[in-house]
Design a protein around this ligand. Structure first.
Ligand SMILES: Cc1ncc(COP(=O)(O)O)c(C=O)c1O
Length: 440
């Protein structure tokens, strides 16, 4: 037996709990996992674990594998690139796939302005670089972000993130010159007017508009609870930024690439961002992220000021190019709306069955849906315990499910955009029976 074969047999027959015990011994607790499910392989909208159990995937690795696991066209494009070369560093000797992907991103980004792009590896890096670009362009220091927003775990992105637990606990001091304002959420009594007044208050109290480099906003808050920004809010932010020469950064890392039933979610508001951050669904599982923006702003930093060793990996670029083709060829933009409508019908029926528990549904943005779980039908009584129990039970019953929300009481649905109706129905049947059991 070869060494490689010996190694394989050493791992065979280990259960999820065996792996979880080994993981807890080997990996620091800060990198937690939602479920003790160790993936053996995944295809389309299904995942199989090391025990041979199957799961319907309603999470796509947090809005990443939007075309399904192992999409043949994307896998083939990456394999072809892998056989040519996997790394030379885009800042040393670049390659055609990175130029072609930048051209594509510039073409599909919303709005008429001439665009340029840069590549990095993760969403947090894209956010960091967007702020650097905005500061270089304006020569200003301040950045306004929103309560409940999530922009990543690196120091500056974490500072921008508007949610303490678990992202900011123990990690201060936070970077300077970040200001948070309320995000408009009707269900929690924050109107667009109140949110805009708070921005105006910041301008009066903490940060003169002339010192403000950027406002960063998610068009639908992701980790914060899947709250969509009302169209008039995004339009008002655009106006404020225009008035004061502030850079509007739209964080489309979770909402981009067809997820919400538009190629990019800001299209619902008809707003052109100055800078847009993208990652996740951009390459269906290969680590690549980008900042795409107005050319004159993007060109503000000096050569060498932006980048990273793995920035714009050729494998990520090949995957990104293939993903953009797949979105067009399979009409994943339309598919997101169709999948969303199928979920919406079933979730509405579930809400009618449990009106005191399912306090609010968010179903207006394609395949980015959520239900908020409360006690006694009261928005002010979040049921984080039930949410946790439902996620746990879902995994026990073969459904990969995610939660989110500043209060930990939101179940979010992020299926592949090409998931079959049969799998949607089967997954929602599991969800319903889990809820039945927990509420009986
Ligand atoms: C809106 C948004 N911005 C930024 C990030 C950070 O991306 P990453 O985890 O790739 O650093 C995320 C990740 O969930 C996100 O949803």
């Amino acid at each position: 037996m070869s060494n490689a074969e010996l190694k394989v047999t050493e791992y065979q027959g280990l259960s999820n709990s065996d792996w979880q015990a080994r993981k807890e011994d080997a990996v620091a607790r800060g990198q937690g996992n939602i479920a003790p499910v160790y993936v053996e392989h995944a295809k389309g909208s299904e995942i199989w674990d090391v025990e041979g159990r199957r799961y319907i995937d309603f999470g796509t690795g947090i809005a990443v594998c939007s075309a399904g696991h192992c999409h043949p066209k994307i896998t083939a494009a990456v394999a072809e690139q892998l056989n040519k070369f996997s790394h030379t560093c885009v800042m040393v000797t670049p390659y055609d796939v990175s130029v072609r992907l930048a051209e594509k991103l510039n073409e599909i980004a919303p709005g008429p302005s001439k665009k340029k792009s840069i590549f990095v590896t993760t969403g947090a890096e894209a956010v960091e670089n967007a702020v650097k670009i905005a500061r270089a362009h304006t020569g200003r220091r301040g950045v306004i972000a929103f309560n409940g927003g999530f922009h990543g775990r690196t120091m500056l992105a974490m500072g921008l993130t508007g949610k303490i637990t678990p992202y900011k606990n123990l990690f201060g001091p936070f970077p300077a010159e970040i200001y948070h304002a309320p995000y408009p959420i009707d269900y929690h009594g924050v109107t667009v007017e109140q949110a805009l007044r708070a921005v105006d208050d910041l301008f009066k109290v903490d940060l003169a508009p002339l010192d403000c480099a950027a406002i960063i906003v998610e068009p639908v808050q992701g980790e914060g609870g899947f709250y969509p920004a009302p169209v008039e809010f995004l339009q008002a932010l655009r106006k404020i930024c225009d008035e004061h020469g502030i850079v509007l950064i739209v964080d489309e890392i979770q909402t981009g690439f067809a997820r919400t039933g538009k190629m990019f979610c800001a299209e619902y508001a008809g707003v052109e961002a100055d800078l847009m951050t993208v990652a996740k669904g951009m390459a269906n599982g290969f680590p690549i992220a980008a900042v795409v923006g107005k050319a004159e702003i993007m060109d503000a930093p000096l050569p060498g000021g932006l980048g990273g060793t793995y920035a714009g990996s050729p494998l990520g670029c090949a995957a990104g190019l293939a993903m953009i083709d797949v979105i067009a060829e399979e009409d994943l933009v339309g598919a997101a709306s169709r999948v969303g409508a199928r979920f919406a019908g079933r979730l509405e029926a579930l809400q009618a069955k449990y009106p005191d528990t399912i306090g609010h549904l968010r179903t207006a943005h394609g395949a980015m849906l959520a239900m908020e779980l409360v006690k006694n039908g009261d928005a002010g009584q979040p049921d984080a315990e039930l949410t946790r129990a439902l996620v746990g039970k879902a995994y026990e019953n073969g459904l990969a499910l995610l939660s989110c929300g500043a209060r930990g009481n939101v179940i979010r649905f992020l299926p592949a955009l090409n998931i079959s109706d049969a799998l949607v129905d089967e997954g929602l049947d599991i969800l319903e029976s889990c809820l039945d059991e927990l509420l009986k």
